[in-house]
Design a protein around this ligand. Structure first.
Ligand SMILES: C[S@@+](CC[C@H](N)C(=O)[O-])C[C@H]1O[C@@H](n2cnc3c(N)ncnc32)[C@H](O)[C@@H]1O
Length: 437
């Protein structure tokens, strides 16, 4: 592909991304599946450009509005070539020449746009904070409150390309073996700083270069997500529930921690995600887990299995604000249910899942949210309503996890930990229910 054809192909991809409500990685996978002729190098270049556009969407939109130009994927691309790549209008015009596979020639309005953007950069002193920081309006106040003076730094960190983290499946291989294999392939892989099972690759790469994914030796999992699973501290032989298992990211980590012994139940209300979870368990050689589809968080199964589990993980549906660095498009999709309804759902899920915990057992509440309403406040409300539970501080919950600042809760952010944003609280049910409970 020549560079003009790459621009047009990226424009087609961006148009697909903006047309659907599906997450960007799902859209890119189906885009490339139906265009197998695009080689690895072109794919890499296109994804880099696509993600740069998505990370600058509010600022590009601001410039287009300022110059009175309608916002569209093509206009965003044109603006980025000038503001982000520092090209000149004539350089851009040369590639938008209507040749085969190249973008259509520039209209007069587009030529005027390029002239208006000339000699500017992406930032402008008149940009409001929400635009400069690429923060949706609904999240400005809660995130500002959460981070105080570090708000701008945290938002800037969500706009940097994330590393690619892998979790080694200890049932299939050791971290040292996998690292050696990756180095042999010429990849700059290194052990993660906090997770004992993690490997970090500094950049996005074609997953076809990671054969261990097919054999179940490795899984793609952010280091923060690995730490949440480790905090559950599930032991071989125990009975464990992953209440919001989804497609099984943490289920797989828990089943492996249990060394294929004991019993793990992966629940969810979403059947297709659970199917994917079951497939991944099989591929990873993990057979101590079953999946269970729930009708709702108060499914009869929960009542029947009351007090039956040593560990229960609630990886609750949340605003996903902690994943903005990895999914730059996610920030522009407000929580489907609305934040208030989401918080109410989390509280119902937590209350119901807590019933599964046996005396002396532990409940781990986690989100990939940066918002206190979904995290600390949610836990405080739960504790007020459930005096049989107490907080287990990090050092006690996972004494082997060195490197974490001692605190009550796990609270990871892209700026401070170079992971996705994650929150987790470990709560223990008293050995005997108090008289009053
Ligand atoms: C954050 S995702 C889980 C991600 C998963 N644990 C992982 O590590 O890959 C939250 C999950 O909660 C599920 N969920 C939503 N409402 C639920 C409910 N009422 N009861 C149980 N699970 C629910 C969603 O279907 C979704 O899969």
């Amino acid at each position: 592909m020549n560079s003009a054809a790459r621009l047009q192909a990226t424009l087609d991809l961006l148009t697909d991304v903006e047309r659907t409500a599906r997450p960007v990685d799902a859209v890119t996978s189906s885009f490339f599946r139906s265009r197998r002729f695009i080689d690895e190098q072109d794919r890499g270049a296109m994804l880099e450009l696509l993600y740069a556009l998505l990370r600058h969407q509010a600022r590009l939109g601001w410039w287009l509005a300022r110059l009175g130009h309608a916002d569209s994927p093509r206009a965003q691309l044109l603006a980025w070539l000038i503001l982000g790549q520092g090209r000149s209008p004539s350089n851009v015009a040369r590639q938008f020449d209507g040749a085969k596979f190249a973008p259509a020639p520039l209209s007069d309005a587009e030529r005027a746009l390029l002239a208006g953007l000339r000699n500017h950069t992406i930032e402008h002193p008149e940009m409001p904070d929400a635009v400069r920081l690429e923060c949706p309006d609904w999240a400005m106040a809660p995130l500002r409150q959460r981070f105080g003076g570090a708000f701008a730094k945290e938002m800037a960190a969500t706009l940097t390309p994330p590393p690619l983290d892998l979790r080694v499946n200890p049932i299939r291989a050791s971290r040292a073996e996998v690292l050696k294999g990756l180095h042999k392939l010429g990849l700059e892989a290194e052990a993660t700083a906090l997770s004992p099972n993690g490997i970090r690759l500094p950049e996005r790469l074609s997953l076809a270069r990671l054969p261990g994914l097919k054999t179940g030796e490795i899984e793609i999992q952010d280091e923060g997500s690995q730490l949440v699973a480790l905090l559950v501290d599930a032991q071989p032989g125990e009975r464990v529930v992953d209440f919001c298992a989804g497609a099984g990211g943490k289920t797989l980590a828990l089943a492996a921690q249990m060394n294929n012994r004991g019993h793990l139940v992966a629940c969810d209300v979403n059947e297709s995600r659970l199917k994917r979870c079951a497939e991944r368990l099989r591929k990873a050689g993990l057979h101590n887990a079953e999946t269970r589809l729930l009708a709702s968080e108060t499914d009869k199964w929960v009542k029947r299995r009351k007090g039956g589990f040593d560990r229960v993980l609630v990886d609750a549906p949340c605003s996903g604000t902690g994943t903005w660095r990895r999914n730059p498009d996610a920030r522009w999709r407000a929580p489907e249910l609305g934040l208030e309804a989401l918080i109410a759902l989390q509280s119902r899920i937590l209350a119901s899942a807590a019933r599964l915990v046996k005396p002396g057992g532990r409940l781990v509440y986690a989100t990939c949210s940066l918002l206190p309403e979904e995290n600390e406040a949610q836990v405080a409300a739960f504790l007020a309503a459930n005096p049989a539970f107490r907080v287990v501080p990090l050092a006690e919950a996972a004494p082997n996890l060195t490197g974490l600042t001692p605190a009550e809760y796990l609270s990871l952010t892209p700026a401070r930990h170079d992971t996705d944003g994650f929150f987790a609280a470990v709560l223990q049910r008293a050995d005997q229910a108090p008289e009053s409970a």
